[in-house]
Ligand binder design. Structure first.
Ligand code: SDX
Length: 431
């Protein structure tokens, strides 16, 4: 303790440094190392940021040991059960549950920003038909900064608000239109008399040749999937958005960077990879073979949808997703879906295996989501775009928080340099 501040003492050679320790409202204390290099002449070393807090935040908290996820203090299972996606968006953006009037105003604002500038259709048509929808989303969202100049000045709070509304509102349209372009069907425009989830389903599955009847079961399942993926502390794509934003880049470019990072199979791409893995396993009797491969250090194969950097217990979203999978597939009359049977048997076998128990590997949010999405009619290539639609509010909420933080400065990590020390150039004739 120094001057009433909790401290940690670090001894480096003959130097002894007192580093301030900050205590959170929940989770571990943090050691403030901002003066470490100036006062101690050393860097810390933490590839993958396994023990590093990159910022302070009030938005989302994860207790990995308990398998708890809170958005502004509200547990995800309660939000999934009692709330809906646009209300969770409001909660993440503004920090409290809205009144009925506040929610109505917010929902009306989002609903009336769902259309895209008509000329943006040209971007979709510039892609090959077989382009992955995530490639199209990265391109089109980045291109929004070329169309919406009146909401790119991040120093202007009103422009930040407009950009926030535009991104949350237009992401479903962009994702749906990426899908329609991919399958060669005409774009379907959003409708103001549809819910957020209903609009997305309609823009994906309606065709001009007949009326589209929205199934309320699918609408509720879609909204719940959006809710479950909305935010998740400083995950890789959120950290990407924060780092991109720290240079002052416009919000559309920063969200495009987040989409690109989310695409990776170790992150948001795991839902697609998990379903492809379940297809490869094919039947329950091949599960031991794949469990063995997942445990084999010489085999790069990993169980997709399993494990997590933070959760060392069940991912609470996976629990809700599993329950939703049972409900949706039963209501759709496909409860005997072979992939669901394989997934349940695989989960059981893995959780009973000492390897997974010792390493605290449990199903994560991506383990069951793909089964529901496939049952709803989506191809695997649309799974990560749906994750990106949902996570946009998380990225934007974290972006807003960072922009408003007076400590905000450009992110610029250092390194442990192991390369050549200085040496003179050698002319080619002397090499
Ligand atoms: C998401 O960060 C977030 O919050 C992300 C996310 C969000 O909402 O934003 O929750 C969304 O990305 C969920 C995770 C989706 N990814 C997958 O399902 C892909 C499969 N999972 C793994 O790739 C892995 O578990 C990670 C990437 C999720 C976590 O990797 P870590 O934290 O770097 O852990 P690690 O790779 O160091 O693994 C620890 C040990 C290793 O064994 P050892 O080297 O200690 O012997 O566990 C093993 C790993 O080999 N391991 C697995 C495994 N995951 C980890 N072994 C088999 N199968 C797996 N899935």
């Amino acid at each position: 303790m120094k001057d009433g501040i909790k401290t940690a003492t670090l001894t480096i050679g003959d130097k002894s440094l007192e580093l301030p320790v900050h205590s959170p409202t929940a989770g571990p204390d943090v050691i403030d190392i901002r003066r470490l290099y100036a006062d101690g002449g050393v860097f810390t070393y933490d590839p993958g940021f396994t023990s590093t807090a990159s910022c302070d935040s009030t938005i989302t908290f994860i207790d990995g040991g308990k398998g708890e996820l809170l958005h502004r203090g509200y547990p995800i299972d309660q939000l999934a059960e009692k709330s809906h996606y646009l209300e969770v968006c409001y909660l993440l953006l503004y920090g409290y549950l809205p009144s009925a009037e506040q929610l109505e105003t917010f929902e009306n604002t989002i609903t009336r920003h769902t259309m895209l500038h008509e000329q943006m259709q040209n971007f979709f048509r510039g892609f090959r038909r077989d382009a992955h929808p995530m490639a199209i989303m990265v391109g089109v969202v980045g291109a929004m900064s070329a169309f919406y100049h009146d909401s790119t000045d991040i120093a202007d709070a009103r422009q930040r608000e407009i950009a926030t509304h535009r991104l949350i509102a237009k992401m479903p349209t962009i994702a749906a239109w990426a899908y329609k372009y991919h399958i060669g069907q005409p774009f379907v425009y959003p409708r103001n008399d549809c819910s957020y989830a209903g609009n997305f389903l309609r823009m994906c599955f309606a065709v001009p040749a007949e009326d589209y009847v929205l199934d309320p079961i699918l609408e509720r399942a879609m909204d719940r999937i959006f809710t479950l993926h909305a935010d998740h502390e400083q995950n890789a794509s959120t950290s990407t958005v924060r780092l991109a934003s720290s240079s002052g880049a416009n919000p559309f470019a920063c969200i495009a960077a987040g989409i690109a990072c989310l695409w990776g199979p170790a992150h948001g791409g795991a839902n697609q990879a998990c379903l492809e893995m379940l297809e490869e396993i094919g039947s329950v009797d091949r599960i031991p073979e794949f469990i063995a491969r997942a445990k084999d250090k010489n085999d790069p194969f990993r169980l997709m949808g399993f494990g997590h950097r933070v959760y060392k217990n069940f991912d609470p979203r996976a629990k809700v997703m599993k329950q939703s999978a049972d409900e949706v597939l039963e209501l759709l009359g496909v409860e005997n879906n072979p992939k669901l049977q394989v997934a349940k048997a695989l989960e059981k076998a893995a959780l009973e295996d000492p390897y997974f128990a010792e390493k605290k590997l449990f199903p994560n949010v991506d383990f069951y989501s793909g089964i529901i999405l496939e049952a709803m009619g989506f191809p695997t290539s649309m799974f990560t775009p749906i994750f990106a639609v949902s996570r946009t509010v998380g990225w934007i909420s974290q972006w807003k928080e960072m922009i408003a933080d007076p400590q905000n400065k450009i992110g610029r990590p250092r390194q442990l340099y192991l390369g050549e020390t200085v040496r003179d150039y050698v002319d080619i004739e002397d090499r």
